[in-house]
Structure formats: structure tokens, C-alpha cells
Design a protein around this ligand. Structure first.
Ligand code: SAH
Length: 472
């Protein structure tokens, strides 16, 4: 390990004098950054660019004029030299150094007595990344990674804890620490991140009065998207990594299940066509039972939980039993398949509306849909669960007025390495699909937008069958 000559600290700037020398874009950037700490900002520059001139007129800093004078440094907490004249910057640095005032020359560590880190701002928390001037680009990369790790509302957790410090003060230190550990390990932080302050307060009070009561866990109803793990939301990933148990079905791709916390218990509750493995009411009851054991239960669903996902039924049961839950939307199959197949769902010239409809036949084999509304030009119709009924769907659409050569596409395993896309017309697609015999999840897209795929196709499926388009 090499020692760094730089030591990171957090400096109180509110009310303190900070002098910026320079009037261009760099100076303006530093000024905007420093402003957040509410210092008394002073600025010297031969010329002000338009932005700085406007900020001066708003009284955002005190303009000390065009001439730098070493006396201006006296009493400042920090000085920043940000002109485009390297030699002049060094004169400013020497003046500050001579008076013992910390100085930074932007992008020039040698004459600087301090350097500014890259910052991830989650006020009141800030994460500072400093490379000692060695590799600012690397620091920015790191910052991007940390940005994605820390949810935007992370500061709320710190705020919550800060505001409650007076209330825990009476506790002896080890107990205080223990209380916060338990709060952070429990559901509190997640409540705060999803904006449920009252629920977080209730958990905190419970810990404070040391009346643990019946442990209640919670349920995360999470949309896992159509298969490509890259399409998960940050929140989905976070909850997947803190769940104690996960209930998933067949639609959730293995690559996504791999991202669930390793030691979480996995329960498969999948449903295949005509083969209901676990009846819905058993799933609902299981969710309640597991949460009552105090577990963090992840209910992971393909696509979006509120689109043909029966998510509403599951949380209705939770609500009825007073089990806390939250719902995380996911990229629904229609959006995912359309994007990865190069088929825009709407288009100014061809489609002013988009309808999502289920092609799943009822138990009696009936497929009762509002065909007259579906068989119309100027719109896109997406059928979920429509492979087995595909021939009937196409025939009905033609019978209700769409031309036989109306474009249609079937997307199988959309967004995944095994994705296949078959395009055709209402008249010939059923035969093509029958020949291909898709075994994966498949979505039917009907409308003139399907033709755009000829020009907009971009995704190269990489799976064993990938790219086997229109094979038969
Ligand atoms: N909640 C899900 C849909 C569940 S219904 C969502 O929002 O996407 C199940 C149907 O979704 C499947 O029969 C299929 O029609 C469609 N589907 C889901 N994932 C798919 C995928 N990766 N490719 C093609 N169709 C998919």
C-alpha cells in the first residue's frame, strides 16, 4: 500500500468566506457545487461569463472586481483558483499558501493544498471519492457506480435517524447502537425509501418501547421484467438482495433468479398452461403465512405485476390481513418484446393507440373478446397468452374486418438470448407459428407497426436458437 499525502475531511462552509478566482465555466461549476454548503462566496475575475453575470445579478456571490489582491485571501476558509492562466493560478495559490489558507487550483494538484473529490450527494450523507489527483476519470466512474448503489432517497434514512437522536439519547450507548442496528436490519429503511414515513416511525417506536410485539415481515411484489436482467429496476434488484424467501414462477428467467440473495429460500409456484401447479389462493395464503413469520417475502413476477399478473389479487389478500407490502413495477412483456424486436408500439403514421389484451381462453374454451374494438386500423393490439389461441385470434380479426394481409408478429422469449421473432400476416402467421412450435413465452403483436421491424430490427439474439427468424 502506498500512503497518500491527501487526507479527506468534511469542512463546514456555511457562513464562511470562500474566494473563487476566475470567471469562466470552470469557476461557475465550482461555484454551483460550493453553493450547496451555503458559504459566503466571493469572486474575482477579469471577466464574467454570461452565467456568472446572471448569478451576480441574483446576488448569489459578492463580486470583488477584476483585480486579484493577496489581501482578499485573508480570513477565507478556502480559495479556489479557476482561471485559464496556469501561471496566474499559481500566483493565487502562493498568496493563499503564504497566509495559511487552503487553496485548490482546478486540475492542477501540484500547487494545491487541497483537492476536491467527486461527490455522491445524498444529503445529509455525502460520499466523496478522491484519487489524489491521480485519475479523475476513474473517480467519475466510481461515482457512477456508487450513484447506482445508493437509492436516491438514501439521505432520508440519515435524516430520520438524526431527527430521532434526542429520543434515544437516554439509552446507554450499547443499547442505542443496538436499537439502530435493529432498525437498519428491519423493514424501516425500506419504508423510508418508499416514502412511508409513518410506518417507519411505528417500527422505530416499537423498538424504542422495547415491545417487539408480533414480528411482521413484509411482502415485496416485484416485476422482474421480460427476461433480460439488465431491465430490472434498481429497486427490484435491491429488494431481491434483501429477501429472506422468494416465490417465483416459470416466467422469471434463471438469469434473474441468480440475482436473488444466495441464501434466500426459493419456492416455485409456477403455472404452466393448463397445468395449475399451485392454485392462486394457496399462493395468496402462503404470502400471508410467510410474512407473519417475520420474513421479508419477495413475490417475483415476470414483466409487470399489475399486467396480467394477478398481482392485484395477491396484495388484496395481504391488505385484508394487515400485512405490509410494496409494489415495484417492471417492464411488461409488450414493452420489452416490442423494443427488442424493433416494433414501436405506437407510431404517428400507423398507430395512435395500443391495446393489451389476454388471448387466454376461459375454462370452457371460449375466447370472448370485444372483437369489433380489436379489429380496427390505426392501433396496435398486443395479445398476451395467445399462442394456443393464435389461429382463432387471427380468424376473428379477419372476420371482424381487418384485411387478411394485415401485419402480425410473434415474439418468443423476448429480450432473452433465445429470442425469436416471426413476422407475417393474419392469414399466414398461424401456419408459420405452428411450424416453429414455440415452447417459450410468446407474445402476439398485431398492427401496421410490425412492418417497421424491417428497418428497425437491432437486437441480435445470442442463444443457441437465436436469430432463427422465419426459419420454416
Ligand atoms: N405480468 C407479465 C405478463 C404475465 S402473462 C408482463 O407484464 O409481462 C404471461 C404472458 O406474458 C405469456 O403468456 C406471454 O404472452 C407474455 N410474456 C411474458 N414474458 C414474455 C417474453 N419474455 N417474451 C414473450 N412473451 C412474454
Amino acid at each position: 500500500m502506498t500512503d497518500s499525502p491527501w487526507f479527506p475531511i468534511s469542512l463546514r462552509l456555511s457562513g464562511a468566506r470562500v474566494l473563487i478566482v476566475g470567471g469562466g465555466e470552470v469557476a461557475a461549476r465550482k461555484l454551483r457545487l460550493l453553493e450547496r454548503a451555503s458559504p459566503r462566496l466571493e469572486l474575482v475575475a477579469r471577466e464574467l461569463n454570461a452565467e456568472l453575470a446572471a448569478l451576480r445579478d441574483q446576488g448569489r456571490f459578492h463580486y470583488l472586481g477584476v483585480e486579484f489582491d493577496p489581501a482578499q485571501v485573508s480570513g477565507c476558509r478556502l480559495v479556489i483558483a479557476a482561471t485559464d492562466d496556469a501561471a496566474f493560478n499559481r500566483q493565487v495559490a502562493a498568496a493563499a499558501d503564504g497566509q495559511g489558507v487552503p487553496v485548490n487550483v482546478v486540475d492542477d494538484p501540484a500547487p494545491s493544498s487541497f483537492i476536491t473529490p467527486a461527490i455522491v450527494d445524498r444529503a445529509p450523507i455525502s460520499v466523496a471519492i478522491a484519487t489524489g489527483g491521480a485519475a479523475p476519470v476513474l473517480a467519475r466512474r466510481l461515482r457512477e457506480r456508487i450513484e447506482t448503489l445508493l437509492p436516491a432517497g438514501y439521505g432520508r434514512i440519515a435524516q430520520f435517524m438524526e431527527q430521532r437522536r434526542p429520543r434515544v439519547k437516554a439509552l446507554p450507548l450499547p443499547q442505542r447502537r443496538n436499537l439502530w442496528e435493529r432498525f437498519l436490519d428491519g423493514a424501516g429503511p425500506e419504508r423510508l425509501l418508499s416514502g412511508q414515513l409513518d410506518a417507519a416511525e411505528a417500527l422505530f417506536s416499537e423498538l424504542l418501547t422495547a415491545a417487539p410485539g408480533v414480528a411482521t415481515g413484509e411482502v415485496y411484489l416485484v416485476g422482474a421484467g421480460p427476461g433480460d436482467p439488465d431491465l430490472l429496476t434498481f429497486r427490484a434488484l435491491r429488494l431481491m438482495q434483501q429477501a429472506d424467501v422468494v416465490l417465483h414462477d416459470r416466467l422469471v428467467a434463471p438469469a434473474i433468479l441468480d440475482l436473488v440473495r444466495r441464501d434466500a429460500e426459493r419456492i416455485f409456484v409456477g403455472k404452466r398452461r393448463n397445468q395449475h401447479t399451485v392454485p392462486q389462493d394457496e399462493i395468496n395464503a402462503e404470502l400471508v403465512r410467510l410474512a407473519r413469520q417475520g420474513k421479508r417475502v419477495l413475490r417475483l413476477k415476470g414483466g409487470d405485476p399489475f399486467i396480467f399478473g394477478r398481482g392485484g389479487e395477491e396484495i388484496a389478500e395481504l391488505a385484508a390481513h394487515g400485512v405490509p407490502f410494496q409494489v415495484v413495477p417492471g417492464v411488461t412483456a409488450a414493452a420489452g418484446c416490442a423494443a427488442y424486436a424493433g416494433i414501436p408500439l405506437t407510431h404517428r403514421d400507423y398507430s395512435q393507440a395500443c391495446i393489451f389484451v389476454t388471448g387466454h381462453a376461459r375454462a370452457d374454451g371460449e375466447l370472448r373478446l370485444h372483437w369489433d374494438q380489436l379489429a380496427r386500423p390505426g392501433q396496435t393490439v398486443v395479445f398476451y397468452m395467445g399462442v394456443t389461441t393464435l389461429p382463432r385470434i387471427c380468424a376473428e380479426l379477419i372476420a371482424h374486418g381487418l384485411p387478411a394481409d394485415w401485419p402480425a408478429a410473434l415474439v418468443e422469449d423476448g429480450t432473452q438470448p433465445s429470442q425469436r421473432v416471426l413476422t407475417g400476416t393474419l392469414a399466414d402467421l398461424p401456419a408459420k407459428v405452428a411450424a416453429l412450435a414455440p415452447s417459450g413465452a410468446s407474445l402476439l403483436i398485431v398492427g401496421e407497426v410490425v412492418r417497421l421491424r424491417e428497418r428497425l430490427d437491432w437486437f441480435r439474439a445470442g442463444g443457441p436458437r437465436g436469430g432463427a427468424e422465419n426459419l420454416p
